[in-house]
Each structure stands twice: as structure tokens, then as C-alpha cells.
Design a binder for this molecule. Sequence first.
Ligand SMILES: Nc1ncnc2c1ncn2[C@@H]1O[C@H](COP(=O)(O)OP(=O)(O)OP(=O)(O)O)[C@@H](O)[C@H]1O
Length: 252
Amino acid sequence: MDSSIDPAEILAVRGLSAGYAGRAVVSGIDLSLDRGDILGLLGANGSGKSTLLRAITGQIRPLGGTVAIDGADLVRAPERAKSGFGLAVDPFDLPAALSGRQYLQLVASIRGCAEDDWPGVDVTDRLGLNRWIERPIAEYSLGTRAKIAIAAALLGTPPLLILDESLNGLDPLAAFEVKRIILALASNGRHAVIISTHVVEAVPGLCNRAILLADGRMARAWHARQLAEAGQMPGAFEAEVMQALAVQAADG
Ligand SMILES: Nc1ncnc2c1ncn2[C@@H]1O[C@H](COP(=O)(O)OP(=O)(O)OP(=O)(O)O)[C@@H](O)[C@H]1O
């Protein structure tokens, strides 16, 4: 590990730009996450949240800037960097022909861990997946697909957990359980979590950091104290997000 790397820092994004066919969709992104951080990633449809997460997870190559995960540079040490995160894949990208158990076995074999190597809890049980686990994913509802994607992302308890709109469509009990697992993960001080979501009101209660993307740029950031203060007054954080969006729209 580079001696200049802060061991508390799990994700270091510097001057990142990324997009498709050589055209930048996100640019000028600087982001640093420490162990214990839970980041809420906000932004309107098409603002670049998924593109940013694709660049951070090496699914698309950056057009500029750098990404390091748990001290490993994504371009220079891709295997080490990629072993540092668990990503809940898009429910529609799951292999439909496999059963839930076969998918967990596949991900576990890639990550080099057991198919039930979860952070201290039986995730399939907690998320109500047991009655589906032997059935083909093709038969799953959207929410059940999201559950198996989250269960797979948690395998091996990676340093960085990334959920891209994965809380959408979960039933209230599963959403509650996923939030409990995330909070427990972050509170042990060894992991960080990124959650992209349109559920703005859920952010102050779950996250200690938040950023708002607008047109592929970081339009606003909130740190822990600001989120805690906003969280004390119902609707205050949503009002701040809407105001930031309105300012962006007026400037654009
Ligand atoms: N595979 C792709 N090829 C070309 N352009 C793409 C591709 N995927 C996304 N884009 C474009 O990149 C921009 C940002 O899309 P992205 O999916 O990152 O936004 P998002 O903030 O995640 O949106 P949403 O909230 O709707 O999920 C959009 O203009 C979109 O059309």
C-alpha cells in the first residue's frame, strides 16, 4: 500500500470524469470516504449517479482522474481494487436462469468466500429469501431480485458496499433489515457504504454524508453535523435538496 494513503480512507476519487463513447457524463468529482461513512448519493434522473458508480466500480473506464478503493488504484491494481467493494447489481442484470442459491454460490466463488459469509447475520433469512432461494431468478418479483442482489453484495463483508437504488421496491420489513445491516456494518468502523437513492427523506436517518449530483457535477455536499441538524426537523433536508436543485436549474 502507498505510504501516502490514509488507512482510514476506503474510497478516494480525485478529479474523476467518466461517460460513454468518449463523452463525459460526470466530471470534476472529488470524493473521499472513510471507514464508518454512509454516503447518500442524490440527484435527478439522468444526473449521473449510476455513471459515477460504474466508474468507481470499474465498469466504465475513467476519462480522467483516479479512483482508489481501500488503497488500491482501480487502473493500476484492478483486481485488488475490485476485491474491495460489493456492488448490488441492477435487478434486471441478474442471471435469470440461475436460482438464488446458484447466484450466491457464483458470487461467493468469485469473491473467494463461503456462500453464507455475511456480516454476522443470516441475510437470506433476514430478508425473507428462504422460500425463493432454490427457485430461478426469472420467477422473482422486482423486490425479491433486489434482495438477492443485496445479499450477494454483502458476501465476504467487503470494505465498501455499494447499493445503486437497491432499496427501491423492497417491502418495509426488508428495507428496515437492510438499513439495520448497513448501520451495523458502518458502526464497526471497518466499512463504508454508498447508497444512491431518490428517497431523499430516508437520508438523514441513515447517512452521515450526502452529495447531490446535477448534470454530472457535484452540486452540493452535506457532512455529518449538517445532516444530523437537518434530520431533527421533519422536511428540512428535503427542502435543502429541493432548493439546491432549484438553484442548479436556474443557473443551467
Ligand atoms: N450506456 C450508456 N450509453 C450512453 N449514455 C448513457 C448510458 N448510460 C447512461 N447514459 C447517459 O448518461 C446520463 C446519466 O445517466 P445515469 O444513468 O448515470 O443517471 P442517473 O442519475 O443514475 O439516473 P436515474 O436516477 O434515472 O437512474 C444520461 O444522460 C444517460 O442517458
